[in-house]
Design a protein around this ligand. Sequence first.
Ligand code: SF4
Length: 465
Amino acid sequence: MSSGQRKGVFIRTYGCQMNVYDSDRMADVLRPLGYDLSPSPEQADLVVLNTCHIRERASEKVYSELGRLRDLKLERRREGADLVIAVAGCVAQAEGAEIARRQPAVDIIVGPQAYHRLPQLLAEAERKAAFRRAGKRVPGAGVLDTEFPPESKFDHLPEPGTVRAGSAFLSIQEGCDKFCTFCIVPYTRGAEYSRPVASVLQEARTLVSNGAVELTLLGQNVNAYHGEAVDGSTWSLARLLREIAGIDGLVRLRYTTSHPRDMDDDLILAHGDVPQLMPYLHLPVQSGSDRILEAMNRGHGRDHFRRLVDRLRGVRPDLALSSDFIVGFPGESDSDFDDTMRLIDEVGFAAAFSFKYSRRPGTPGAALDDQVPETVKTARLAALQALVAGQQHAFNRAKVGTTVPVLFAEPGRKPGQVLGKSPWLQSVYVEGPASLVGRIIDVRLTDGYALSLTGELIASLEEAA
Ligand code: SF4
């Protein structure tokens, strides 16, 4: 809670890296208002739940968390203090009015496009709280801002400052116009928008000068990036990557999440000729069945994906791929699922995120009749995950005996251990001092497991420390 004039904000982040980035930016917005990050709701004056709407029951989790926060708020009020509760992110966008109805303890509901308005929303919430304390009636439950404002939030957010252990996210694109039939994003994040080149480059330089050696460019469809440069030209993601790669001090560059339809020739070539671009690409395919890909409105078939992978590996032979898969999309037959398993077998993945299809209200997929029974989905998911797990383990084992640069991110689970990431985003544990965090050091890999590797430092501890 408050210490002196400063206040505490606790931000709980659900879902994807876009939300991690947004949470950092909300912290940036709140810092000049006197808010420092708190480690728990109990120690905070303001709690922000930055929500994700992708998974089924995601909103239910939010409501149960809100129930706990309401109890905390009531406890505070009994002590003559208060707790401001804000709901941000995609659940706020999709269900704002419903949240206000179901949980009146919520003070602020803010959609992903309106974070720059947090100061006004907080002021409004505080004004209402003052009315309430004075015993006056306050109309309405929370403060709701889920409009898609005409101005871009990026023009109004302060300069970013958050670099964690040498690594930082940089959001360059938001929203989506593709309307995959299972996905809520086009409805919650709005139409596709690319940040202007100059503002992205400025942010990249700031992050590197603040200590980032690795940048991950983010967007719902990051490779659809088409930002306007000062000379009026339009830059593709490939052009932007080449420019950012030239920033002095930057060693690693990644981007996520891509769509197979937007992997243009120049971007494929960049994987071969931009050394800072790490040899790891997350490229969601969702299904290996042409019939299901069409029903999902993905705009490409299985052969297109196979050709893309071949071309990428042609320019960068050590490229590792991860992907997203949805099993049990409406109408998915055994033979459609077999096509997916065959695709996984043929391509070989270093990791994958896989889920059972879940109906997202408001999406076309939710209205389809031919829903797959839950038991079938469960069995298919287990089979797919077993196949990918085997590939991931084999990929990790194949690196044993090699020496790779590792960017250390945090202390490991055991005392005296540090955890870092290889160029292929594998978790690598070594014995070493915490002072390694934020640095890139060569490690000889000694053992490969299902989800991680162990290794030893090549340099002596004195040199590395
Ligand atoms: S491309 Fe499809 S899955 Fe990705 S954000 Fe857009 S609609 Fe959703």
